[in-house]
Design a protein around this ligand. Structure first.
Ligand SMILES: C[S@@+](CC[C@H](N)C(=O)[O-])C[C@H]1O[C@@H](n2cnc3c(N)ncnc32)[C@H](O)[C@@H]1O
Length: 444
């Protein structure tokens, strides 16, 4: 495939892999992050909110990571979500979303408006996906664990934007992960090619007229890349390829590696010898027609008077209010539904619909961990500690904290515990003692 370039490609495997993080711009701007980042970072030129960091740094150990300020992601893998133009208020689907490397960015771009449906066929991976979306403070989410074909029944031509980051043979990740190289076989790639054809056809059925579908893999094999796109173009004459941004280092798709359709040159391949990232493939497709807008949610509030009073009291105390049209109570758990009208979802297997606000207990309401991460610490009574304060690490380990008078804005009750102004979770102040409400499953 590479001809004269092969030597340079092979040489790139002697170099170290690249490490990257992507800033959650819903929580912090890139400028602010650059000013507070405690370790060296360098901008990734083709991803607006992406940064390289040195291999010896461990950003996952910093409290800012626990506050959802960034996601650790290989730089090339940031490209698909960066290249899918998503605007607030749209319906977006990430069909193979776990563990959420791209879904977290799509949620960020939606800025709490519209809906992100994030699906994965694997139950354990879907749980990791939900955790990462919650860490990012995403509220307008519907996280599912479904067979893609079944989803077409619920969401026919529903989405403005779809990301299909397909399961693939991972040839582009061999430098990052030896086990992928050990697992590779021709048969595996051929079987994946069949699955990818099914998945892209399934995804196209859920795309609204005028909508955009981004297909990506982290492999070089034409059978999983150009051939999948030419298959779709031959199956659906209402879809065509759209050019992707032309960054220096991106290589065009190669028509000769599939059915010679010159349009395939609009695809993009990232080669590790041409860019500071691992291997990737991307194609952006558009369906003909005009898109529709989503219908705002118009449900009757699904909450009884007594529970509503408890919630109102709790949130007034924090200076917050909710649109009760969006509040739903199921088994004493309270959710804030996404702001758009959804189809009848009976029968679909989901892990989360909206933002989990907390639990109704006898005569009180207990706020949830995802709610803490979806709030802005600046405007809510909180205990703000510097990341250097040892108490933050104690908090993340689940220990009780001692708080000096005046350190919290409220003298008792529920407080957000923050790294600087960025919420990590809840605590409850009694005298000078802050009871730790950081959930066991989230602790260090
Ligand atoms: C490349 S990974 C997705 C990575 C993810 N987009 C990210 O950025 O973090 C592919 C995902 O497809 C899922 N998958 C495998 N077979 C599938 C199928 N038949 N339908 C839907 N998802 C599938 C896998 O569980 C895996 O999580």
């Amino acid at each position: 495939m590479l001809g004269e370039e092969y030597e340079a490609f092979q040489k790139s495997y002697e170099e170290e892999r690249q490490y990257g993080l992507r800033v959650n711009t819903r929580k912090i701007s890139c400028e602010e992050f650059e000013s507070i980042c405690p370790f060296p970072i360098k901008k990734i030129p083709w991803v607006p909110n992406g940064y390289f960091y040195p291999s010896e740094v461990r950003p996952s150990l910093h409290p800012y990571y626990r506050a959802g300020l960034y996601y650790l992601q290989e730089p090339s893998a940031m490209t698909p979500a960066a290249c899918l133009p998503v605007t607030p208020g749209e319906a977006v689907l990430d069909l193979c979303a776990a563990p959420g490397g791209k879904a977290t960015e799509l949620a960020t771009k939606l800025a709490g408006q519209g809906i992100l449906v994030a699906n994965d066929i694997s139950a354990s991976r879907a749980r990791a996906l939900l955790r990462n979306l919650e860490l990012f403070g995403a509220s307008n989410i519907f996280v599912t664990n479904e067979i893609p074909e079944k989803m077409t029944r619920y969401f026919p031509e529903f989405f403005h934007k779809i990301l299909l980051d397909a399961p693939c043979s991972g040839e582009g990740m061999f430098r990052k992960d030896d086990s992928l190289a050990a697992d590779w076989s021709v048969e595996k790639s051929e079987n994946l090619s069949k699955l990818q054809k099914e998945l892209i056809l399934t995804a196209s059925k859920m795309l609204m007229p005028g909508g955009l579908l981004l297909y990506s893999t982290c492999t070089f094999a034409p059978a999983e890349d150009e051939e999948i796109i030419s298959f779709l173009l031959n199956q659906r004459n209402d879809m065509h390829l759209v050019s992707l941004p032309d960054y220096p280092g991106f290589s065009s798709g190669v028509p000769e590696w599939a059915d010679q359709n010159p349009e395939l040159a609009k695809c993009v391949r990232i080669w590790p010898h041409k860019m500071n990232g691992e291997g990737h493939f991307l194609a952006l497709l558009k369906k003909e027609g005009e898109p529709n807008s989503l219908v705002p949610i118009k449900k009757k509030p699904q909450i009884d008077k007594g529970s509503r009073k408890l919630l109102e009291t709790f949130f007034q105390d924090l200076g917050l209010s909710w649109d009760f049209q969006r509040v739903e109570v199921r088994n004493d758990k309270v959710y804030l539904l996404p702001p758009v009208e959804q189809a009848n979802l009976r029968g679909i297997h989901f892990l989360r619909n909206g933002l989990y606000l907390g639990d109704l207990k006898k005569n009180r309401f207990e706020p949830s961990q995802p709610l803490a991460l979806a709030l802005k610490g600046k405007s809510i009574p909180s205990l703000r500690l510097s990341p250097e304060d040892d108490r933050l690490h104690k908090y993340l380990r689940g220990e009780t904290l001692i708080v000096a008078p005046g350190e919290t804005q409220k003298s008792k009750g529920w407080q957000l515990v923050c790294a600087d102004e960025y919420p990590l979770g809840w605590g409850k102040l009694v005298g000078q003692t802050l009871k730790n409400k950081y959930p066991a499953g989230w602790r260090l």
